[in-house]
Design a protein. Structure first.
Length: 158
């Protein structure tokens, strides 16, 4: 395959990925980075990109390497994106819903805080049933959420 044919195939594949990709799929950086993937798909050399960015070729090569190793600055990526006629999209995408994260954190803290109390009650023959304990954990978790006490320093039951 000739270089223009390679670029055309790369362009078609990248266009399809960008058009059809979910956020999760788009978060998977191509092995040689987004800058290199787009540049190759456009059939643009690193020297040509450097000229469009007002940079040296070695600066573009360094930027491509820093993108792959995760040390590229957002402003540098923004300049490269503009020179490639692209938009830089930066997002933090929760692995689950934010509400689920908050509820899970609250339940974890409530369970930890109430564990000592539950052990003491067991030793005194006043143990709660699993259902009662679960209700107490839920109530305490709801209180932690309402009071905004989820992410600070831990210091035992509150």
């Amino acid at each position: 395959m000739t270089k223009p044919e390679n670029a055309k195939l790369a362009r078609q594949q990248l266009d399809a990925r960008l058009r059809d990709g979910s956020i999760r799929e788009l978060s998977k950086r191509p092995p040689r980075g987004w800058i290199r993937a787009v540049r190759d798909a456009l059939g643009m050399s690193s020297r040509q990109l450097a000229a469009r960015m007002g940079q040296t070729q070695s600066a573009v090569t360094q930027l491509e390497h820093s993108e792959v190793n995760g040390s590229a600055r957002l402003e540098s990526l923004r300049r490269a994106a503009a020179a490639l006629d692209c938009d830089l999209v930066y997002a933090l995408v929760p692995r689950t819903t934010l509400d689920h994260t908050v509820r899970d954190q609250a339940r974890t803290l409530a369970t930890e805080d109430l564990a000592g109390i539950h052990r003491s009650m067991q030793l005194e023959d006043q143990a709660l049933s699993d259902v009662q304990l679960d209700e107490r954990v839920d109530d305490y978790a709801a209180r932690l959420i309402a009071e905004g006490r989820l992410w600070g320093k831990r210091g035992g039951a509150r």
